[in-house]
Write a protein of this length. Structure first.
Length: 277
């Protein structure tokens, strides 16, 4: 008889309690870089611009932002920001991993958001996508939804001024700079590995650890009844890749996560043979 089996979904998901601020000015290529260096890591993207562009297309409004559509566009932008904020709230409630898109122009906004996430238990990092002004202008000119040239120039200058402050805010170990003037597959692959390493790091925030402990206790309480498993020391179970290898049970216990183990292997790694096996 083994004590009890505990469901642990969510508590050890990749990306939990990790927040990545994606920073860079208009035309820096943040969207493309994000698609290359964060997929498959369990991170939720938070970007009101994406929701805004999708809504513009759905309303058959032009991405060229003509003056005659200003009133309709403003309503859609406001609605997009509300929907994005709602999604972010849901993600944070589940302590899911985040990629938060930002221009890095507004340092105070990033500082405030980082502080709020820290209070929730998040470890935060910054991915700074850097480009020259000439490259930013050229890329902006090719975008479906173009930003006015004067805004690209002013934003680029402000973003460059904030690099040092952002490095100090996040710390050098948590600050990744990607030179996207001529970013190639090698550079992006290296950046992906850096992000993946940070995602896999154990949570360090005390608040996060406390939350995970409470969640585990809550799930334990939901599974109060003992589960009887017909295994005892000396029995033979089936294991291996195809669960067809006979393994003698020498030890029954639990690992550090509280999962039931057979010979120090998770119970789900073995099969209990029936009488006809």
């Amino acid at each position: 008889m083994i004590e009890r089996f505990i469901l642990r979904e969510g508590l050890y998901d990749p990306g939990i309690f990790k927040a990545f601020f994606l920073a860079g000015g208009p035309g820096s290529g943040k969207t493309y870089v994000n698609q290359r260096i964060t997929p498959g890591l369990g991170l939720k993207n938070v970007n009101s611009d994406t929701a805004f562009e999708t809504a513009l297309k759905a309303a058959s409004l032009s991405l060229d932002m003509p003056p005659e559509e200003q009133e309709q566009r403003d309503k859609i932008r406001a609605r997009s920001k509300k929907l994005t904020a709602k999604a972010l709230s849901l993600y944070i409630n589940g302590r899911l991993g985040l990629v938060i898109d930002s221009t890095a122009r507004d340092y105070l906004k990033i500082e405030t958001a980082k502080a709020a996430l820290t209070r929730f238990g998040y470890d935060s990092y910054c991915i700074f996508v850097n480009t020259s002004l000439d490259v930013a202008l050229a890329r902006n000119a090719m975008r479906p939804r173009k930003v006015p040239v004067d805004i690209v120039k002013s934003n680029h200058a402000e973003v460059q001024q904030n690099i040092g402050k952002l490095q100090r805010l996040f710390g050098m170990k948590n600050f990744i700079v990607i030179d996207n003037n001529k970013a190639n597959d090698k550079i992006l692959e290296k950046s992906y590995k850096m992000v993946k390493k940070l995602v896999k790091q154990k949570v360090t925030n005390y608040t996060a650890k406390s939350w995970m402990k409470r969640e585990l206790e809550r799930k334990q309480a939901a599974f109060k009844e003992d589960i009887n498993i017909p295994i005892k020391v000396g029995d033979v179970v089936k294991g291996g890749k195809f669960k067809n290898k006979s393994i003698k049970v020498k030890k029954i216990g639990k690992n550090e996560k509280g999962d039931i183990t057979i010979n120090d292997k998770p119970l789900l790694k073995v099969r209990i043979p029936n009488e006809n096996s």
